[in-house]
Ligand binder design. Structure first.
Ligand code: F6P
Length: 342
């Protein structure tokens, strides 16, 4: 069998570990052949490929990013996009695809399955917001990077008696902010699932200063105030219709300074959360996903996605990946609220 591999959407530490595992097991155990499509669905449509043999995946395990490149191209938004994928697969003799991506890439994979293309999916996102799997690889790395940043910000916040605001990724789900904020001992954590009251946020800040400590506020980029008045949106949409967010950290800093008279500064971690080498947890999860994904292809179990359930890797229908966003439940937020303020 000749199998095409692609990575789509925002990149994520661990993508290369998946590619390595797919190719190592696919060639070494099953004797399949592989071809890499570059830049996600764009490469699949345009027939842009790179060779994927054992030599090509040597040394990939700890490497961040993706050797295949990525894009947010949506073939269902391009005229003749699906036909182009079929054609390039036929020209290259590719029988099936392993698509590694988040809800958008896997949403396309599901539709392609319905349209008769043979696809197995591998879930990835630093946001950890795919409901069909307990964890996605990349999340642990992002949380560790953000936690280290918060640890460092504590000391400078104390020196200057400031409010330091850390803006983290998470458009609709606040998992990174929740976990990094809990691990880093943040004094306030704001996530998209729980619209915040700026007055209450300022009370927490004042309480914290009364206890003679400075204050760290962790905010997910998609967090909004109760009235929905403070989010800054550029208005731009990507190919999957997502609004580009950004600026909530600065808006909070301005508002907090004005309301409390305390100096506030913002750190936006941005793409630092996605760059560089994956943690050991993410390397192991990504590797296991890759091994099980190539098993699914070998078994002809298309239209499925590998997922983590407890400590087991299972197969679920691709539709399950995109059915519902996995957001932070109220109980998980109530756990961290205990530590807000002083
Ligand atoms: O979905 C992953 C993610 O990193 C989000 O957390 C973030 O909102 C988005 O991608 C950023 O997208 P881009 O890298 O295209 O700006």
């Amino acid at each position: 069998m000749r199998i095409g591999v692609l990575t789509g959407g925002g990149d994520c530490p661990g993508l290369n570990a998946v590619i390595r595992a797919v190719v190592r097991k696919g060639i070494g155990v099953y004797g399949h052949e592989f071809v890499g499509f570059t830049d996600g669905w764009r490469g699949a449509m345009e027939g842009d490929t790179v060779g994927l043999d054992i030599a090509a995946v040597r040394g990939l395990l700890p490497r961040g990013g993706t050797i295949l490149g990525s894009s947010r191209t949506n073939p269902y938004k391009v005229d003749g996009g699906v036909e182009a994928i079929r054609k390039s697969m036929a020209n290259l003799g590719v029988d099936a695809l392993v698509a590694i991506g988040g809800e958008d890439t896997l949403g396309v994979a599901r539709r392609l399955t319905d349209d008769g293309v043979l696809v197995v999916g591998v879930p990835k996102t630093i946001d950890n917001d795919l409901s069909a799997t307990d964890y996605t690889f990349g999340f642990d790395t992002a949380v560790n990077i953000a936690t280290k940043a918060i640890d460092r910000l504590h000391t400078t916040a104390e020196s200057h008696h400031r409010v330091l605001i850390v803006e983290l990724m998470g458009r609709h789900a606040g998992w990174i902010a929740l976990h990094a904020g809990m691990a880093g001992g943040a004094n306030v954590i704001l996530i998209p699932e729980r619209p915040f009251d700026i007055g209450t946020v300022c009370e927490y800040i004042e309480d914290r200063f009364k206890a003679h400590y400075a204050c760290i506020v962790v905010v997910a980029e998609g967090a909004t105030p109760v009235e929905g008045t403070m989010t800054m949106r550029t208005g731009e949409l990507d190919a999957f219709g997502h609004v580009r967010l950004g600026g909530i950290g600065q808006r909070l800093a301005d508002e907090i300074e004005q309301r409390t008279g305390r100096e506030a500064r913002v750190t936006v971690l941005g793409h630092l959360q996605r760059g560089g080498t994956p943690t050991a947890f993410d390397r192991v999860l990504a590797t296991r996903f890759g091994l099980y994904a190539v098993d699914a292809v070998h078994d002809g179990d298309f239209g499925t996605m590998v997922a983590l359930r407890g400590t087991d890797i299972v197969r679920v229908p691709l539709s399950a990946a995109t059915e519902e966003l996995k957001t932070v439940p109220l109980e998980r937020y109530q756990e961290v609220e205990v530590f807000f303020g002083a």
